[in-house]
Design a protein around this ligand. Structure first.
Ligand code: GDP
Ligand code: CA
Length: 323
């Protein structure tokens, strides 16, 4: 079976690690998993290109993630950032550990040598053992793109990098809108559209619907591929009990004037979504199109067992819709 998933960072990575475990436990394998990662979060810091969602996927699937935090490396130290702080080098609000910096140095060096983000991601993924797991990790585009957030400060509209809004401002300043710099020149990375069109099943993990999955959907051709694929498209709600489990997805949805609920998120995917998982806490209040098949089950990824159960339910619903 060929499964394709769109993903942001922590929510996407945890779900996909559970999906990989579930796939390995089935007796109808082997199964291939292609992940299309959001690169709108990418940022250049200290001259290094950082790709937070790609790195969270690499570290989580490769066994190097800081489990408690959900991002960054386990057993991390911050010697280099301390040295930069001593020189007064900004910014200091973005945490970059020493081990993590190894990834950014390698990426930046390979990019400077002329390799594409796809090629660089493939090299990084090799180190983390993704090919052996039959996982292919693709950046959504090889173009240089960055999500910016338009905010109002001192009666002036101003655009800040997504990371600055998310981390430094903690999304406390209302977003007026999101713009993706560079997207007008972007095309989908090699393999991305094919992976959607030729998949047996397409899954949307509980990633941020606006700044993770929403950005991937803006890459030319992606939305059309989702509308046109013969594979069922099944998603998992990132909103549980009327709020985001972690992060500021509520602030993102408000900027789009979309209700902070599984119904609101599903409405963003209405032109291609076939199946939708919601938490029992939201099941009674859910409303969506009659053609959408909805199942409810506990959607908190508390541990491996609960995460694997969510992944199994998403796949199961997709396979039911395929039959
Ligand atoms: P990010 O790039 O690191 O922000 O990660 P993603 O975009 O992949 O995922 C963030 C989303 O995951 C947030 O909007 C959360 O609401 C959602 N999320 C995090 N943990 C859980 C969980 O345990 N269950 C569900 N259903 N959603 C979760
Ligand atoms: Ca992200």
């Amino acid at each position: 079976m060929r499964i394709t998933a769109l993903a942001g960072g922590v929510g996407g990575a945890r779900f996909l690690r559970g999906l990989r475990r579930h796939l390995d436990s089935r007796d109808d394998g082997p199964h291939d998993l292609t992940i299309i990662a959001n690169t709108g979060d990418d940022i250049t810091l200290f001259g290094l290109r950082v790709s937070p969602d790609v790195d969270t996927l690499l570290y989580t699937l490769g066994g190097g993630i800081h489990e408690g935090q959900g991002w960054g490396r386990a057993d991390e130290t911050f010697a280099l950032q301390g040295e930069l702080a001593a020189y007064g080098v900004e910014p200091q609000w973005f945490g970059l550990g020493d081990r993590d910096l190894g990834t950014h140095v390698a990426r930046s060096m390979w990019l400077a040598q002329g390799q594409s983000p796809s090629q660089v991601t493939e090299r990084l993924a090799a180190r983390w053992g993704l090919p052996e797991q039959r996982v292919q990790l693709l950046p959504m585009t090889d173009a240089f793109v960055e999500t910016h957030v338009v905010v109002e400060q001192d009666d002036q509209q101003q655009a800040v990098h997504f990371q600055e809004w998310w981390i430094r401002m903690q999304a406390a300043v209302p977003a007026q809108r999101f713009v993706v710099a560079g997207l007008d020149r972007a095309s989908a990375a090699p393999g991305v559209l094919d992976a959607i069109r030729s998949a047996d099943v397409v899954l949307l993990p509980p990633s941020n619907p606006v700044v993770s999955i929403g950005i991937i959907l803006l890459v030319p051709g992606v939305r059309d591929a989702l509308r046109g694929t013969s594979a069922p498209v099944v998603g998992v709600s990132p909103i549980v009990g009327g709020g985001p489990v972690r992060g500021h997805a509520d602030a993102c949805l408000k900027a789009l004037d979309v209700e902070v609920s599984p119904s609101g998120v599903a409405s963003l995917y209405r032109d291609f979504l076939d199946g939708w998982l919601v938490d029992p806490a939201d099941a009674a209040s859910f409303s969506g199109p009659a053609a959408l098949t909805v199942r409810d089950l506990p959607l908190l990824m508390k541990d491996a067992a609960s995460t694997d159960a969510i992944a199994a339910a998403a796949l199961d619903l997709a396979l039911t819709l395929r039959a």
